[in-house]
Ligand binder design. Structure first.
Ligand SMILES: CC(C)(COP(=O)(O)OP(=O)(O)OC[C@H]1O[C@@H](n2cnc3c(N)ncnc32)[C@H](O)[C@@H]1OP(=O)(O)O)[C@@H](O)C(=O)NCCC(=O)NCCS
Length: 184
């Protein structure tokens, strides 16, 4: 994990009063989702949308929801130890940081929040790891956190305008990483 982010940044759930119109991360589909759908998705329980706020401005968001994965979609070393029915996961559907605030640790802060959420999910309902549908240019970013590319049942996923790559981080790795961070 990268612990540094601008002092005063908080992460909280999206609220109805939040102004989502000005957010721009450089990817029109991620901006459009945030502007046009994040509010209703969150209200209707389709996903949990969390925002990073700095000095009253929304500087990033993460949208996640529980889901499942089949063992054939997991890395082969984990596959052997897990049953063949659908396994519970937390899916990070979207992660974006406003262009002028990128490279300041805000994406890492949002990601760490989602990983923490996965531990809570495991404790309450079960969760074998976090799955991300990564845009091609973000695969390297997630790999720095230990996410591995895994096959999907149907090959690449059509995520909005561009195909995405499915990546997976096991819950054991998440627990070790977060414990290590809190020990610092
Ligand atoms: C990808 C994104 C969420 C990362 O958020 P961020 O706040 O900029 O990232 P952080 O500051 O936490 O981490 C930055 C570090 O991650 C690493 N990193 C970032 N992108 C990387 C990449 N594509 N490959 C490898 N490492 C990468 C670098 O070490 C970088 O350090 P640097 O700032 O010194 O260059 C953000 O850049 C973004 O919103 N991009 C546009 C939308 C997008 O692609 N979202 C992902 C959709 S799946």
């Amino acid at each position: 994990m990268r612990p540094l982010f601008p002092q005063g940044t908080i992460v909280r759930n999206l609220e109805a009063a939040d102004d989502r119109r000005a957010f721009s991360c450089g990817h029109p589909d991620l901006d459009r989702y945030f502007r046009d759908y994040a509010g209703q998705h969150s209200r209707r329980g389709l996903s949990r949308v969390q925002v990073a706020v700095l000095n009253g401005e929304i500087v990033g968001y993460a949208a996640s929801a529980p889901g499942h994965i089949t063992s054939s979609e997991l890395p082969s070393d984990l596959r052997r130890r897990l049953p063949h029915y659908p396994l519970p996961i937390l899916r990070l559907a979207r992660l974006a940081v406003a262009e002028e605030h990128q490279h300041r640790g805000i994406g890492s802060l949002l990601l760490a929040t989602v990983l923490q959420q996965a531990l809570g999910l495991r404790d309450q309902y079960g969760c074998v790891g976090v799955v991300i549908d990564a845009k091609a240019e973000a695969v390297g970013y997630y790999a720095t956190f230990g996410f591995q590319v895994v096959p999907t049942e149907s090959g690449q996923i059509q995520g909005g305008a561009a195909p995405t790559t499915q990546m997976f981080l096991p819950i054991g790795t998440i627990e070790t990483a977060l414990r290590h961070d809190s020990d610092k």
